[in-house]
Design a protein around this ligand. Sequence first.
Ligand SMILES: [Ca+2]
Ligand SMILES: [Ca+2]
Ligand SMILES: [Ca+2]
Ligand SMILES: [Ca+2]
Length: 459
Amino acid sequence: MRRSLVIIFSSLFSLLQLSAGPNNFSPQRLYEPIVLTGADLPQIIGINPQEIAGYRFSRVQKRWTQIAVQVDERKYMDLSIPPGKRKHPAAEYVYVGFSGGILGARLARDDDPRFDKDDELVFMLEDAGDQASASAPAPAGADRQRLEIAISDPVNGAVAYVYLFRAGNLMRKTNNLVYHLTDRREHGAVIETDFYRVNYSRRWVLDQIRIKKSLRGSGEDLIDQVKFRAYGLTPQPSRKMGMFNETEEFWSDGPGACKFSPKSGCSWYLGHKVGPVRVIRMVQGAASGPTTSYFAYFYRKMFEVQINYRVHALPNLWFYMDYDPELTAPLFFDAENSGVKIDGRNDAVRPSQNQNWGQMSSAAGSIVTWMDLQEFLNLGRKLRISSYYRDDRAFNDLTGDGRAIGNHGVHLTNIPDTDKLKAVVARFKIFMLQANAASAGATIARNMENPLRIAVRQM
Ligand SMILES: [Ca+2]
Ligand SMILES: [Ca+2]
Ligand SMILES: [Ca+2]
Ligand SMILES: [Ca+2]
């Protein structure tokens, strides 16, 4: 008995060794995309993006399987307000090939229609496979030459491989991604993958996150809104404006008047792109920060928001999650607190020195938020970032449902003037987890701090 168990274990072990593929990465790692620029892939600069095809190899089956690969062409553009006048200077890499949007034809195509050094190539780590020997014949319809991309995890040493081939007339593999514009004036939209669905009711207002049954969620909406506050959490007396603060709704088109955008609004829509691997959505402007931009990237089981921040000096800024009051027994976790009841009654949470992750787990699904505010920290010693937590059904911050449910995020104070050509870049990522997930934020934060390593080799 014992002997046969040993045999089973050792043959399992050799199978595991044979499949060096994505099985050896942590489940949280497999949420990540691999984003490479042309500068990372000089071997394929100059080829037509339509001709790039990606494959994984199975050593057990001795077989290639095509995977979804996306090329997003980019160009560096002047986005100053007013255009060319440099009162609010800005220049940014923007994605081209967008439909609609205020920049119109300027975003229609890249200056160089081939794959160039600032264009991005994207695929999912989850789709990677085993290493193929140089003598393995190319897949049908592809050139013999190939580019081997080895992806390794510095946290646990796992390795997996993706191969790029030049192939003219293949059908291309895609993930199932949907972008559906629901409000033309405010650019509301639904974005959907096989595993989750989010809703923007307005340009800056993200007000639904639903985790589907395929990821062991219930499909119910988990959040009230993703919230931003400038000046005060609630309106504060101001000599010029009366009672005043700014919110994610103000940065959409009001209530209140903004004079900065070309259409006298508070922000405007640059466009969106749906590709085989990810959806990109771009918004520019946040009231008196008219060159602040909000880029969002939606992948299979997570999404990422990048804020390019350019604003005059600001005394107070908050960014936080606010949950749906109907969730069943939700719990909050961060680096200092574990299993705090989100029930609309305040909790004695320990402030987190390491404010970069938070988690909400509920019977309808769980999410981990992770933030990178390093470029804000680099702005000098006067600026302070502290963790923000508030669970108080009697507190009304005046957007959404009027209750503070498990609010967690950050409070920045004494932000200096950043209204300059080069933005202060902040990123936050939202990972979708199954119902009642155990605390996973520390693993995710460790992964984010130890990014995957890439080695490229022509064969
Ligand atoms: Ca380009
Ligand atoms: Ca190009
Ligand atoms: Ca509570
Ligand atoms: Ca609320």
